[in-house]
Design a protein around this ligand. Structure first.
Ligand code: HEC
Ligand code: HEC
Length: 239
């Protein structure tokens, strides 16, 4: 609501300024409106909602990642990287380039402010259970592969992959195709190293089979978390 009334206020201020024949800068001084960019696009960039969903929830079956609740700094850096080509994304490049830096920042802040559609308590509970060593995805996520210096993904991405702060994006519920695509992009130098080069170090140590397993694990985790919670709540479940 406040966001909308701000926009209205800005439009009114612009109308007044124009009415008084003041110079146009009075109308462009206001910060870009991230919510408006998401629904209407800007400078020829298409509306983000078409692919990333009305609430930034993403579209896993199409491989469009969720943006809601990811860190503002993280999202801005990704838009900058996709614009300058450091992060190779044929589908996002022109869109990211069309937005100026202030618009990228505004739309990133908007998506960061939307609630992540994740049940963090239920997801965190999945990290408490025991993973079987044969369950490669769960094992990597919760235990890592210390024989090759790969820490558990959850150590940085939070219990259940719920994301931590501004630097560690959530993984739970992103599609397997998207997650594995990003891990492979780091292996191939098609995505900037990010903070401390942590992810290229992880991704280059994983085998293809491990990448596929851990990606499938996080993609299915919200559903697995629901099942786990339902089992725990079922009559006769041990307390
Ligand atoms: C035509 C579909 C489409 C549209 C429209 C679109 N995106 Fe994307 N976006 C994608 C895809 C697909 C990816 C994943 C990167 C890839 O596969 O190349 C992505 C990735 C991203 C990422 C990186 C997410 C992450 O977790 O690292 C951000 C940020 C982003 N988009 C923001 C936007 C914004 C802001 C807009 C609107 C101005 C927008 N996108 C419009 C399809 C789209
Ligand atoms: C030591 C910390 C650390 C560990 C361990 C770690 N990550 Fe990351 N991960 C990061 C950071 C930092 C980023 C953000 C990179 C950036 O800003 O470009 C990231 C980003 C990602 C992304 C991109 C998400 C998106 O929205 O595009 C994926 C996918 C990912 N990590 C998967 C994994 C997996 C799978 C594992 C375990 C095998 C793992 N990570 C372990 C720190 C870590």
């Amino acid at each position: 609501m406040p966001r909308r009334s701000l926009t209205v206020a800005r439009r009114r201020a612009c109308a007044l300024a124009l009415g008084a024949l003041l110079a146009a800068p009075a109308c462009t001084l206001g910060a870009p409106d991230g919510a408006q960019i998401s629904t209407q696009g800007a400078n020829g960039a298409p509306a983000c909602v078409t692919c990333h969903g009305a609430k930034g929830e993403g579209n896993p079956s199409a491989g469009f990642p969720r943006l809601a609740g990811l860190g503002a700094k993280y999202l801005t850096e990704q838009l900058d990287a996709m614009a300058d080509g450091g992060r190779v994304s044929p589908i996002m490049k022109a869109t990211a380039q069309a937005l100026d830096p202030a618009q990228r920042q505004a739309v990133a802040a908007y998506y960061a402010s939307l609630p992540a559609p994740l049940d963090t308590d239920k997801l965190a509970a999945t990290a408490m259970g025991r993973a079987a060593p044969a369950d490669t995805g769960a094992w990597l996520a919760t235990r890592g592969a210390w024989d090759k210096n790969v820490p558990a993904c959850n150590q940085c991405h939070g219990p259940g992959g719920i994301g931590v702060g501004d630097n560690f994006p959530a993984l739970a519920g992103q599609s397997a195709a998207y997650i594995s695509g990003q891990l492979r992009a780091w292996r191939q130098g098609q995505r900037p190293p990010g903070p401390l080069g942590l992810m290229p170090a992880v991704a280059t140590r994983l085998t293809d089979a491990e990448i596929d397993a851990v990606s499938a694990y996080y993609a299915g985790l919200p559903q697995a978390a629901e099942q786990l919670a339902a089992q725990a709540a079922a009559p006769g479940a041990k307390q």
